[in-house]
Write a protein that binds this ligand. Structure first.
Ligand code: CA2
Length: 148
């Protein structure tokens, strides 16, 4: 049976490709979403790719994933560094979650070095640009299969 995964993106990631290409690369979020859908299809997964600038909407989607998805890939954007609500939602969802960042958050400002999400993720990928999402899809497929 085909599994669905949610790929969730947080605040300002809708700006990708329009500003700060030196940090985040030149691809738009729409292009990354299309690449994720293609990689998911090749892996036998349906990718539901979403973005919101609102913390509560991201929490709603993580809660939805508990029933509607087998796993979650999330780039929480700046909420990584602030959101206990997203931490709690991911913990409660009971689905494997992989945290992705386009940039290497550890080579940037100190306030980006801690993520509230990492402790409730099965793994974290950062610094590899959009490739990180594709690697996360392959890894999440393994996680889902291992859970039966
Ligand atoms: O590296 C990442 O993927 C981040 O999650 C991106 C967040 C940042 O707050 C995290 O520390 C690391 C910011 C996304 C903002 O994206 C923009 C894209 C273009 C122009 C402006 C912002």
């Amino acid at each position: 049976m085909t599994s669905t995964i949610f790929v969730l993106n947080g605040p300002n990631l809708n700006m990708l490709g329009r500003r700060e290409p030196g940090i985040y690369g030149g691809k738009s979020l729409e292009e990354i979403g299309e690449e994720c859908r293609t990689a998911g299809h090749e892996a036998g997964l349906v990718v539901d790719f979403r973005q919101s600038n609102h913390e509560g909407i991201l929490v709603d989607w993580v809660q939805e994933a508990a029933d509607a998805a087998e796993g979650i890939i999330i780039n929480p954007g700046a909420y990584s560094h602030t959101s206990v609500a997203l931490h709690d939602a991911i913990r409660a969802a009971g689905r494997p979650a992989i945290e992705v960042h386009l940039s290497n958050i550890f080579s940037r400002e100190p306030f980006r070095h801690h993520s509230h999400i990492s402790a409730v993720a099965v793994g974290v990928i950062c610094g590899l640009g959009p490739t990180g999402y594709i690697l996360a899809i392959a890894a999440l497929k393994q996680q889902i299969a291992a859970r039966g």
